[in-house]
Design a protein around this ligand. Sequence first.
Ligand SMILES: *Cc1c(COP(=O)(O)O)cnc(C)c1O
Length: 404
Amino acid sequence: MFKINDNYLKLPGSYLFSTIGKKVKAFTEANPDKSIIRLGIGDVTLPIAPAIISTLHEAVDEMASADTFKGYAPDLGYEFLREAIVDFDYKRRGADIHADEIFVSDGAKSDSGNIGDIFAVDNRIAVCDPVYPVYVDVNAMSGRTGHYIESTQKWSNVIYMPCTAETNFAPELPTEIPDIIYLCFPNNPTGSTITKDELQKWVDYANKVGAVIIYDAAYEAYISEDNVPHTIYECEGARTCAIELRSFSKNAGFTGVRLGFTVIPKDLKSGDVTLHSLWARRHGTKFNGAPYIIQRAGAAVYTQAGQKQINEQIAYYMNNAKVIREGLSAAGYTVSGGINAPYIWMKTPDKMTSWEFFDYLLDRANVVGTPGSGFGPSGEGYFRLTAFGSYEKTLEAIERIKKL
Ligand SMILES: *Cc1c(COP(=O)(O)O)cnc(C)c1O
């Protein structure tokens, strides 16, 4: 008789986006004349840049001819892409990372979900609170998080690192020692970041206690301030304690195209065993490579034309972020984020809960955002707005909120 992985049964329902969907649908049905503006989406909206699209077309055509046809990709990914990544994302930043330490994948969500495969079940994880919910959920699925406590909305065996207004939305070093530390900067949902000096403290701490940091840098391209690191490998000693996750989704609009990569330096070891060797074994066994045509598109991101075009898109979104941030501040709201990330994190007014404010905003301004409590217990009383909409709609949404 088969048995299921009953860790799945411990997971609380993931009601966040389905509840939002249901509430918006009910509102639209009751108010067919109202036009709703969605600032809740965590997905890009601009089309893929022309330099990338033309490379995609070329690569597709190569598949039509026997001399240029490509089958299975190399395990780690094509060298043309890994070399471009190393030059642009690492060497240029003074980070010592080599092409054979890059594992090309179909995105950062899969990698952040799968990386747990190479760690024992009895590792204790630490996460920022609030944060991208995937880190906790995947560890729950593999039995690493203990049991879920309804009253606190926390897992019994997870170390939560509150990121609140008191900590400037950055985590503090935990008092209990974790084995695996998830950091996400710039952060989804708060849009906050930490400086290079602050990140150095985490690297030093991880090296001291023998922990590994899983560093999700999906929003790296949105960093605008000089003292914010673009990669954890800008920090001294990160080669012995850090794995970095990257994505082409938010910088180049690949959310539907799918491409990302994970960096595991060969100096990262448990005794004599490198994590690199374990991940190479896992990647080679369970993954057959990101498509050639998509890896070609990924390499086009690093060309001069590709960079120019994606930077224009990022600037477009960040101008929306500015509109939201400044508009809400002027209207008296307490806001943060939106400077190094396409997310604005606002405090709900009048002590409303995140969901009360969601309903209020939908009902009174016909604007949809995301309740902060959906990202962790410390997100309660906060609300996330995203800069991924159109400029016109963003402007209108903020005008409506100002009039409330
Ligand atoms: C969007 C997002 C990802 C997912 O990226 P994909 O490459 O599209 O899977 C990973 N991490 C964070 C924090 C994100 O917001």
